[in-house]
Structures are given as structure tokens and as C-alpha cells.
Ligand binder design. Structure first.
Ligand code: AMP
Length: 291
């Protein structure tokens, strides 16, 4: 039986809890699941993934101001800590770290963490400074928790690639694990921002996954990747999206553009619908595999 989940709000308390665990059982692996709250089944699957690699799991809830650009939804981002905490405890989480912004960024804070290259494309090209905010906060959370593993969702594939690069480059010893995208029954990737959609937009939203999958299949079957991308953009607009930021077929590791798809290629898309900006990505079927 697990002890009741505890909530801590300061870095000192977090470190004290981790120290106590390490003292009690030096062999028990510790997992970390960073989130911005407004939790859904996708987040809980990360806790489950962490529990399959670690005996003790810390989740963090912090709506990180530095990863939101001007005009983005920082002020209106959904927050419901009591509900989140109940869901995390139910999922088997041991400790919740929910710091206030001033705890994470005290007066005088001046350090930036920037991963070049991987952050210049896809969402990085459309959300100025977003990944700098992500790497800033994730490097801090990894240092604060000193966990053995940390789990991030493949839904945010570029974020996962950037965090893997950062931990390698900065010799951060926590092992970074990716966990598969959790979807609604119609294929829409679960996201805290899906709650911005009204009923009609929610119907439109499911086309993102469908259109990307079809474009990926056509490129894997030999269509020119640039043509497959362009048709997908048109199909998304025709389906009712307000704007498409990008649809691109790129290498899953380097994120470089792909001319001839191979086993590492993925298709990535981001599109706007009302107040929501939705993203998704998936592996292309293996070249030659029949759809
Ligand atoms: P967020 O709270 O949106 O910043 O996401 C926190 C973590 O949950 C990130 O590692 C995300 O990639 C992951 N995540 C968000 N949505 C999903 C999903 N549908 N499936 C799996 N992981 C997800």
C-alpha cells in the first residue's frame, strides 16, 4: 500500500522528500513527470509509464510563464489543482510538486537554456521563445528533483527531442523516456487545450490526426513528401481549421526535412481552430508497407 500523496511547494521541501526516500531505500528508482496541470488521461499514462520504471513518482504542476509567447494563453490556461491532485493520487503518484512562479523564478533570475537547431523548426518557428522556456524550466525541474528517469509524451515529439538533446549536452544524469500519445476514440490527441473547443470545433479537430495519417501513408507509398504536405494543408483548411501553421515530414531524431522517407520519418502538424492551437505527429508507415 502506498502512503497518501503529499503536495510540496518549495524546492527545499521537494529535495527533503527525495533525500528521505533515498535514505529509506537507496535502490528505489525515482521517476519525474513534469506537467502544466489541467490533467487528462494522457498525463496519467505518463505516471503509469514512470511507475513501470521507478518505484516512486513525482509529478509537477507548473504553468511555466517563460514558455508562453506574447498573446498566448498564459492567463487563461486552465488551472484546477485540487482535481489534478486527486487524479494523480489515484494514478499512483507519490509526491506532487506545485511551486508558485516566484519559487521557480525568484527576483534576479537571469539564466537561459537554449538548444540550437532542433528548436528552429516546426513549433519553434511559429512560437518564438517557446522551447527556450521549456528547456529553462525542465532543466531546473530535473536539477531540483534529481530523479532517475523523467517521462515526456510523444505527443510533443519536438519537445521530447529537444529535452533529450539538452540532457545529453548538459550531462544531466536523469534518463529521459518517451511515452506514446493517448488519443480520444476518434483519434484526436488528448490535450489540455482541447477544452477550448466547442462541439462543432471538436468534430473538426479529429481531422488533424486523420489528415496527417493519410499524408504520411501517401508519402510512404511514394508520393513526393512536399506534395503530400501541401495536400494535407489544403485538406485541413477544407475540414474547417482556421489556419495551418505547418504540416511537415521530418526525421524523428534530427528533425531535418526528409526527401525520401525511411523508418525514422514522422509527419508533424500544427493547426489553429478558434482559441486552440492543436498539434499532432506520428511515424510514417515503413516504406513499402501496404496501408
Ligand atoms: P502539458 O501539461 O501539456 O505541458 O504536458 C505535460 C506532459 O504530458 C508532456 O510531456 C506532454 O507531452 C504529455 N502529454 C500531453 N498530452 C499527451 C497525450 N495526449 N498523450 C501522452 N502524453 C501527453
Amino acid at each position: 500500500m502506498k502512503a497518501a500523496m503529499k503536495t510540496v511547494r518549495t524546492i527545499d521541501e521537494l529535495r527533503a522528500a527525495v533525500r528521505a526516500w533515498r535514505r529509506e531505500d537507496p535502490d528505489a528508482a525515482i521517476g519525474l513527470v513534469p506537467t502544466m496541470g489541467a490533467l487528462h488521461e494522457g498525463h496519467l499514462s505518463l505516471v503509469g509509464h514512470a511507475l513501470s520504471h521507478a518505484r516512486l513518482v513525482i509529478a509537477t504542476i507548473f504553468v511555466n510563464p517563460t514558455q508562453f509567447g506574447p498573446g498566448e494563453d498564459l492567463a487563461s490556461y486552465p488551472r484546477d489543482e485540487a482535481r489534478d491532485a486527486a487524479m494523480l493520487e489515484e494514478a499512483g503518484c507519490d509526491l506532487l510538486f506545485a511551486p508558485a512562479p516566484g519559487e521557480v523564478y525568484p527576483p534576479g533570475f537571469a539564466t537561459e537554456v537554449r538548444v540550437r537547431g532542433l528548436t528552429d523548426v516546426l513549433c519553434g518557428a511559429h512560437r518564438q521563445g517557446h522551447f527556450d522556456g521549456v528547456t529553462q524550466v525542465v532543466s531546473k525541474l530535473l536539477n531540483q528533483a534529481q530523479a532517475d528517469v523523467a517521462v515526456f509524451g510523444e505527443k510533443d515529439w519536438q519537445q521530447l527531442a529537444v529535452i533529450r538533446r539538452m540532457t545529453r549536452d548538459l550531462d544531466i544524469p536523469t534518463r529521459i523516456l518517451g511515452a506514446p500519445t493517448q488519443r480520444e476514440p476518434d483519434g484526436l490527441a488528448m490535450s489540455s487545450r482541447n477544452r477550448y473547443l466547442d462541439a462543432e470545433q471538436r468534430q473538426v479537430a479529429a481531422n488533424l490526426n486523420r489528415v496527417l495519417a493519410a499524408a504520411g501513408e501517401s508519402a510512404a507509398a511514394g508520393a513526393d513528401p512536399r506534395e503530400a504536405e501541401a495536400s494535407a494543408v489544403s485538406a485541413l483548411i477544407a475540414a474547417g481549421f482556421d489556419r495551418v501553421d505547418y504540416v511537415e515530414i521530418r526525421d524523428g531524431e534530427t528533425l531535418e526535412q526528409v526527401s525520401v522517407p525511411d523508418g525514422r520519418s514522422r509527419i508533424f502538424g500544427a493547426a489553429r481552430l478558434g482559441r486552440a492551437r492543436l498539434i499532432d505527429n506520428m511515424a510514417l508507415p515503413r516504406p513499402g508497407a501496404t496501408a
